[in-house]
Design a protein around this ligand. Structure first.
Ligand code: TYM
Length: 344
């Protein structure tokens, strides 16, 4: 069956949106608006799988929303909302808790990383986090999901859940007139030179919101001076830049900076090395600073401006939630029939 093409993706409101979120996800969100109907969600239900200060959470939710808008997402042509305002996400997630298998979730590497050694003390929500993610996508029967590399395994799980639901309920899906398959297999969109942006302090670690050193990442709200300082201090090695991509293989810091430059410029690593290969890092870093400030400066300024207008942000979220809910409610009605729930 052909499904209507639709994009869904989410970002957690857990503070410090950084260059990895921007290049790995948000720039893709912006580009996809031209070709698809898009739904972009601030996933506050996911955020509380680890402790969130209730006084900080609303600020973080508004900040991600402001970042979406400042980066160029159009909340009128597309849908922008926060997850907790559409109850159908949690409702479908419960059904998926009963479709997904313990063994599948036990294999999730992100749970292992986040729970660490103290697994007994992790929230149950953290364990079933990927089921809620599958529900986010499938409650809109979305077909395309732009994400960074770190979400690949979760997307594979979402595809497995969709398939198992379609198989388990095949007869009921047909009996209720939904054809042979109810959920699409959502396709991950993970492309380009910056699907995994690494820490500026250690090229073997992912750039992350939770890393204690602020010098490890460039935040979307950093001003020009902070961006310049962080790039100048970024770890490198003593060799000049190689002239070909192959020369980056054993040089994670160089590889990362070249990837960042390529993604910010909208080109490939090969092209960047054609320009800077053989040169010193100092020259390359100056060019990277200029490029990063030119791209991120206006975004940070616009985020600050929007931050002074929380009523506007809340109106965007309310309007988005209303439109999202119409689609999600229709899916849930069908799912309830398929599963065999009596409804009035
Ligand atoms: P989150 O909030 O951790 O990150 C948001 C997006 O940013 C990408 N990303 C990166 N990309 C490249 N390099 C990095 N260093 C980097 N760090 C983060 C992430 O891959 C992600 O695309 N589980 C998701 C949120 C989510 C979701 C969904 C995504 C909830 N439901 C449904 C897609 C579809 C998460 O925690 O992303």
């Amino acid at each position: 069956m052909a499904f209507k093409e639709r994009v869904f993706s989410g970002v957690q409101p857990t503070g410090n949106l950084h260059l990895g979120n921007y290049l790995g996800a948000i720039t893709k969100f912006v580009a996809l608006q031209e070709r698809y109907d898009c739904i972009y969600c601030v996933v506050d239900l996911h955020a509380i799988t680890v402790w969130q200060d209730p006084l900080e959470l609303p600020k973080a939710t508004r900040e991600v929303t402001a970042a979406f808008i400042a980066c160029g997402i159009d909340p009128q042509r597309h849908i922008v909302f926060n997850q907790s305002q559409v109850a159908e996400h949690a409702e479908l997630a419960w059904i998926f808790n009963c479709v997904a298998r313990m063994g599948w979730l036990n294999r999730m590497t992100q749970f292992k990383e986040k729970a660490g050694k103290d697994r007994e003390n992790a929230s149950v929500g953290l364990f079933v986090y990927p089921n809620l993610m599958a529900a986010d996508i499938l409650v809109y029967r979305a077909t395309h999901v732009p994400v960074g590399e770190d979400q690949k395994q979760h997307l594979e799980l979402a595809r497995d859940i969709a398939q198992k639901f379609n198989n388990d309920f095949a007869d009921s899906i047909r009996a209720h007139g939904h054809g042979n398959v109810f959920f699409p297999q959502p396709e991950p969109l993970i492309q380009g030179p910056a699907t995994r942006v690494m820490s500026l302090r250690d090229g073997t670690k992912k750039m992350s919101k939770s890393e204690p050193s602020d010098y490890s990442r460039i935040n979307l709200t950093d001003d020009a001076d902070a961006i310049a300082q962080k790039i100048r201090k970024a770890k490198t090695d003593p060799e000049p830049l190689p002239s070909e991509e192959k020369g980056l293989e054993t040089r994670p810091e160089a590889d990362n900076l070249v990837g960042i430059y390529a993604a910010l410029k909208g080109t490939s690593k090969t092209e960047v090395l054609r320009e800077f290969g053989g040169g010193q890092f100092s020259t390359f870093k100056s060019a990277l600073i200029d490029l990063a400030v030119a791209r991120l400066g206006p975004i940070g300024a616009e985020m600050k401006r929007l931050g002074r207008d929380p009523a506007y942000i809340d109106s965007v979220l309310a309007d988005g939630a209303q439109r999202a809910q119409v689609i999600a409610a229709e899916t849930m009605k069908a799912v309830k029939d398929i599963v065999g729930f009596v409804r009035s």
